[in-house]
Design a protein around this ligand. Structure first.
Ligand code: F6R
Length: 606
């Protein structure tokens, strides 16, 4: 969703800001804009459409060595030039870019209008520009603080003011904001991707903080405007990981990276001697771990589906009742929070607002939450009592692939550790560790079949509607497969438990509606094969993702075989072909793989 980038230093800001905005494009947006502070005050350029459109339409003399830029995802008012950020006050002396939502914008707009202010946009953000301009505080941080004191809601924001030409002021509450430290120049951004080419030394603001940023440094303040100490740290990230390189899309690159990413999440965490996992970040000793009576997993979208896979792992390996729930629904049903339940928040970005709010709800009620999070230092990671970092590396494509694989592996490690302090035998622990060690090479084997899978995808791309079906361990795999397929191919793809087909959906099976069936070699294979026959009897085209050597009873189908591992680890090897199917179907249909319509990488507003 919306992205922010800012610069103050000795260089011209516009090219740096435009480059930063281009690097934020993957987050999803519908308009873009810049504000620069030069010798003649603040200049704003903004328009609906792509960053490319903004660049082409920039006025000739558009100069300034301090500036802010934004990509907007429309919330208040349609995507048009006027509603694009930055927003300015009536005199054009203040410019603001903002991510998040101001809940009391309606009342503030009314009050400003009553005071004679002419509001030109439909946005909530515009009120901020007017409130900053109206403040009588002596400093820019004071003016911003005074404006923020009047608003309710979430924000990551950056402000320019013509009376303070050497600085930007930024603030955060519920929407990420970081400061990047360069050589006599400073950057601000909502996502490291925007500035990683220029610096990897960053300071993250905490909720409620404001910071003043000049070319030579920054000062951070709490909500009461008293300085708080915040030290910039160099993050261990390769800037090249934010480039697609030889791949046609980030999604392709990230799928291909899965074997290496899987090795990273396992590295140093497997203890073959005791057949267990070492997860120091959980911050729980063996006694506390044993006291857990239930596990509740919370995530959104693909993270929720992988959470279902995780719940099965916990139940199977640790014999602790476990389930997964959509974080977006959780807090609205006033959930009972139990002291002996371990709550697990799972998120690639660590910024998904629904998951973050669920974590806050649990902690407010005294529950213990751990995070399975990819982005180090993100809001969810910081909010949790402990956790497991996923080490998938930056994931840029909207469609999650390598992060999802590492989430699954993170759950396996968690289940192993929970299991080994209970009844899971050392032999079973060792069996799983051996399986985990084989997994990266087996993921690679599936990836090596890309050409074969691409051919199958071509046939699926021709259908308007598809089913993805699976049972027990295979059901979340089917859900994730359908999710990926609809996200990037825009085809109607619906997941069902195979066992539920005959209770309704079978009515839709026909020559025009293919089914992708997940049929692992397990205790349900025979029953699954029975369902395949029911589909085939109704002329439903079938693609079956199964294990090498499984007898499908002569049913007419296209089969995609995956290697065998330990049964508990099946889901991830079954998921990878579904990623490739979606990717190639979308490619065939000519879609923009990394920027699917209507979707954003991080969903930071409710
Ligand atoms: C699907 C996808 C989304 C995310 C969801 C949660 O490919 O990417 O469904 O999984 O928005 O995002 P995170 O994991 O960042 O919390």
């Amino acid at each position: 969703m919306c992205g922010i980038v800012g610069y103050v230093g000795a260089q011209q800001a516009a090219p740096l800001l435009l480059e930063g905005l281009t690097r934020l494009e993957h987050r999803g947006y519908d308009s873009a804009g810049l504000a620069l502070l030069g010798g003649t005050g603040i200049k704003v350029a903004k328009r609906a459409g792509r960053v490319r459109d903004l660049t082409e339409g920039l006025p000739k003399r558009f100069a300034g060595k301090a500036g802010i830029g934004h990509t907007r995802w429309a919330t208040h008012g349609p995507a048009n030039d006027v509603n694009a950020h930055p927003h300015a006050d009536a005199k054009g002396r203040v410019a603001v870019v903002h991510n998040g939502i101001i809940d009391n914008a309606g009342a503030l707009r009314q009050r400003l209008a009553d005071e004679g202010v002419d509001l030109v946009s439909d946005t909530d953000t515009e009120v901020l520009a007017h409130l900053v301009a109206a403040s009588e505080a002596d400093t820019l941080e004071g003016k911003v603080g005074a404006a923020l004191a009047q608003i309710e809601g979430t924000y990551g924001l950056a402000v320019l003011h013509a009376d303070f030409p050497d600085r930007l002021v930024v603030a955060r509450n519920g929407s990420p904001l970081l400061i990047g430290v360069g050589e006599r120049e400073m950057y601000v951004a909502s996502d490291l991707a925007a500035i990683v080419r220029h610096t990897t030394t960053v300071a993250h603001l905490d909720d409620g903080e404001i910071a003043t940023v000049t070319a030579t440094g920054f000062t951070t303040y709490g909500g009461d405007l008293r300085p708080v100490s915040r030290i910039a740290e160099t993050v261990d990230v390769d800037p090249a990981s934010y480039d697609a390189g030889e791949h046609d899309s980030f999604m392709h690159k990230e799928m291909v990276e899965q074997p290496a990413a899987a090795e990273r999440v396992l590295r140093g965490r497997l203890d073959d001697r005791f057949g267990t996992a070492h997860l120091g970040g959980l911050n729980m000793d063996a006694r506390e771990t044993r006291a857990i009576r239930r596990v509740k997993i919370l995530g959104c979208g693909s993270a929720y589906y992988v959470g279902q896979m995780g719940a099965s792992l916990v139940e199977e390996l640790a014999r602790i009742p476990a389930d997964a729930e959509a974080a977006s629904e959780f807090r609205y049903r006033d959930p009972v929070i139990e002291p002996d339940t371990l709550y697990v928040a799972v998120s690639q970005s660590g910024e998904t607002i629904d998951t973050l709010l669920a974590v806050q709800e649990i902690r407010r009620k005294g529950g213990r939450v751990i995070g399975l999070v990819n982005v180090v230092g993100s809001a969810i990671a910081r909010e949790c009592d402990g956790g497991i970092y996923l080490h998938a590396g930056p994931e840029v494509a909207v469609a999650s692939t390598k992060a999802l694989t590492n989430m699954f592996l993170g759950f396996t490690l968690l289940a192993l550790q929970l299991g080994r302090v209970r009844d899971l035998s050392i032999a079973d622990g060792k069996r799983l560790i051996a399986g985990l060690e084989r997994l990266p090479a087996q993921i690679q084997e599936v990836l090596d079949r890309e050409d074969e899978i691409a051919e199958v995808a071509e046939r699926l791309a021709a259908a308007d509607s598809l089913f993805f079906v699976g049972r027990v361990r295979g059901y979340p795999v089917a859900r994730e497969g359908a999710q990926k397929f609809k996200e990037i191919s825009y085809r109607h793809a619906e997941a069902y438990q195979t066992s539920e087909l005959k209770h309704g959906p079978l009515a839709l099976v026909s020559e025009e509606v293919p089914t992708v069936a997940i049929v692992p070699d397990d205790e349900l294979t025979e029953r699954n094969v029975g369902a395949l026959h029911e589909i085939a009897a109704r002329r439903g085209p079938l693609v079956v993702v199964t294990h090498e050597g499984v007898d499908l009873g002569g049913v007419e189908c296209v089969r995609i075989d995956v290697p065998r591992n330990e049964r508990e680890l099946d889901p991830i090897l079954l998921v990878v072909p579904l990623q490739l199917l979606s990717y190639h179907a979308a490619l065939r249909l000519g879609h923009d793989i990394d920027k699917p319509r209507n979707l954003a990488k991080s969903v930071t507003v409710e």
